[in-house]
Design a protein around this ligand. Structure first.
Ligand SMILES: [Zn+2]
Length: 54
């Protein structure tokens, strides 16, 4: 079993995502440190996670 590694939307480097990841889970890019949210598993899609600040 190999972990899927979609590209970081910020820096383009592959980001390992646990095979048991669920939508809404956050992963951190080792390369640029950005937080990415798993928005979809099939297909595996990541989006930049932005905390809302008030
Ligand atoms: Zn990155």
């Amino acid at each position: 079993m190999s972990e899927p590694s979609p590209a970081c939307t910020e820096c383009g480097q592959p980001v390992p995502v646990p095979s048991d990841a669920t939508p809404g889970e956050l992963v951190i890019c080792d390369h640029c440190g950005v937080e990415l949210e798993v928005v979809s598993i099939q297909p595996l899609t990541l989006a930049i996670f932005e905390e809302e600040e008030k």
